[in-house]
Design a protein around this ligand. Sequence first.
Ligand code: GLU
Length: 301
Amino acid sequence: MKARYIGRFAPSPTGPLHAGSLVAALASWLDARAHGGRWLVRIEDVDTPRCVPGADERILQQLAACGLIPDEPPWWQSQRHIAYQAALDLLLTRGAAYPCACSRREIDEALTVQGRPPARHAERVYPGTCRHGLHGRPARAWRLRTDTQGADSVVSWTDRRLGPQQQDLGLAVGDFVLKRADGLWAYQLAVVVDDAAQGITQVVRGEDLADNTPRQIHLQRQLGLPSPGHLHTPLVWAADGHKLSKQNGATPLDLADPLAALRGAGAVLGLPDDLPAGSLAGWLGAAVTAWQARYPLAAVA
Ligand code: GLU
């Protein structure tokens, strides 16, 4: 039977596509085509304060201008509340998730008492204060237990580009948030529920998200969902040495010359720079073949 592959590009509509996000879009499309699979687009608009009105449509137009057309109508995460709530309810029923009353300040104080005060901008490893109940305090957020695999909260996985990876969830993040104190769904929950609902078999996305993968694998296990394969793509760096983003001046893609934008993204992905550039379709077709040589195909069941 022919293997079934479903991939996706899942942009947050916080602004138009730029050179960095195009790399992830192109890579996910190439991998789907190289596997003879389907390619979906999902607009990840759960973090509403960060969403920019109209950015979703702009992104879809930019993708289309680059010849990257989804095989099914896109999904919007803002319409998926019921599915996320059902997943949270299941986790609560199973004792895998719990409500949390802690403010950020209380978390910092608890960590300081434990002798590990949080560094500025560092990930706050939740000290587990509410694991055993709220003690009369009102629930603010909902968290996933990271100690449910016994004493060992180490998650191991293999990335098709980065190789074997490992993270101790207890040390790296602690029990992490599924539903935020402001009532919004956390990225981790939304992405896991939707990847499963859409039957995603391979996740191809930027390397900045690689350290989220163990959290997502843990969540998949707690929900009884299969974990997809993973390939994290190289990032594009801004002049200030940070990942290219709207915040450090990434300019939107120039739709006047989509082929030039694609060639730039292809170079970041290590594709040869002499692919035939006579037409968009011609370049994309040659890029699929080059992709197969560079990123060996994942075995898909
Ligand atoms: N929405 C996420 C972002 O734009 C990507 C999610 C994913 O690919 O898993 O950073």
